[in-house]
Design a protein around this ligand. Structure first.
Ligand SMILES: NC(=O)c1ccc[n+]([C@@H]2O[C@H](COP(=O)([O-])OP(=O)(O)OC[C@H]3O[C@@H](n4cnc5c(N)ncnc54)[C@H](OP(=O)(O)O)[C@@H]3O)[C@@H](O)[C@H]2O)c1
Length: 275
């Protein structure tokens, strides 16, 4: 019997590369997607050597509308079917909403929302028909906490909303596919060591964070894999972020927002002091 195959988007770095390693360690073949093909090839070689799994390498720009169809076609052209999907590729859209071009915001939504949904829409019917599938959508803890200027300045005004949609989408699709052995989960990480904060220009701010606020990409991928296998719809990795999200559920919204403002001021003061 052929091994299962999972598409991992954004596999050239950070959380996506960790998800690829996690699935490969469980015996899944991989379809690795990102723009930096050289990195995907290196990862594929590493996964073959360590776990004996095969990879399809797909260089694609997921801010383009035709990318999802091209990705699925590349997998089918390799003679494979899609049993798993990790929707993970992403970058922020730094800058205030009113000062950025709409074309940039639209590109952000294509990358962070529309193409996540389009890929799921392409692969979920086959999974349902065959009676097996695993879909993970990488959201963010920013979807579960009050928004803060510091976050939206670096990741984008639409970032928390885009990530919120992925949680509600995961919940709804999970329900829709219940009884078909197709599990859908959202994983909502907090600050995670990766290239994300370099790409968004937030490295100096993030490096002011207390160390216990920082997750590793491996922690996120392990938590996400465990959640989807168990059929858990939403997983927040890390004890600190579990505590914060639980707290935000019991605090009145204005109090939560006031705490975020205070934290933001502390971060700004620390960043200023270190310059
Ligand atoms: N790091 C955090 O603190 C954090 C927290 C919560 C949620 N997240 C989410 O986690 C996900 C992964 O981020 P990360 O932290 O692992 O960041 P990362 O290290 O910068 O990785 C981002 C990945 O996405 C790919 N990517 C970016 N733009 C792309 C495009 N237009 N087309 C195709 N691939 C693209 C990148 O590959 P190429 O550049 O090679 O294309 C890279 O593989 C994102 O959705 C992010 O929103 C991150």
């Amino acid at each position: 019997m052929a091994r299962h195959l999972v598409i991992v988007t954004g596999a050239s770095s950070g959380i996506g590369a960790a998800f690829a390693r996690q699935f490969a360690s469980k015996g899944w073949d991989l379809a690795l997607v990102a723009r930096r093909e050289d990195r995907l090839r290196e990862l594929a070689e590493e996964m073959k050597a360590r776990f004996g799994v095969d990879s399809v390498i797909i260089a694609a720009d997921l801010s383009k509308a035709n990318a999802p169809k091209e990705i699925v076609k590349a997998v089918e052209d390799a003679g494979r079917q899609v049993d798993g999907l990790v929707n993970n590729a992403g970058a922020g859209q730094p800058g205030h909403f009113i000062e950025t071009k709409w074309t940039d915001q639209a590109r952000f939504l294509q990358l962070m929302v529309t193409n996540y949904l389009a890929l799921a829409h392409l692969v979920a019917p086959g999974m349902a028909e065959r009676g097996f599938g695993r879909i993970i959508n990488v959201s963010s803890v920013s979807a579960l906490l009050p928004s803060a200027n510091a976050h939206t300045r670096f990741s984008g005004t639409l970032y928390p909303g885009a990530k919120s949609l992925l949680i509600k989408f995961s919940e709804a699709l999970h329900l829709e596919l219940s009884g078909k052995n197709v599990h859908v989960s959202a994983v909502a990480p907090g600050y995670t060591w990766s290239e994300f904060h370099d790409v968004n220009g937030a490295r100096s701010t993030v490096s002011q964070m207390p160390k216990f606020w920082m997750l590793t990409a491996e922690e996120v991928a392990t938590a996400g894999y465990d959640a989807v296998e168990r059929g858990i719809v939403l997983r927040v990795p890390g004890a600190w972020y579990k505590f914060l999200t639980a707290l935000s559920k019991v605090l009145p919204d204005p109090v939560g927002r006031a705490i975020m403002r205070a934290q933001e001021k502390r971060m700004a003061a620390r960043a200023g002091a270190s310059q």
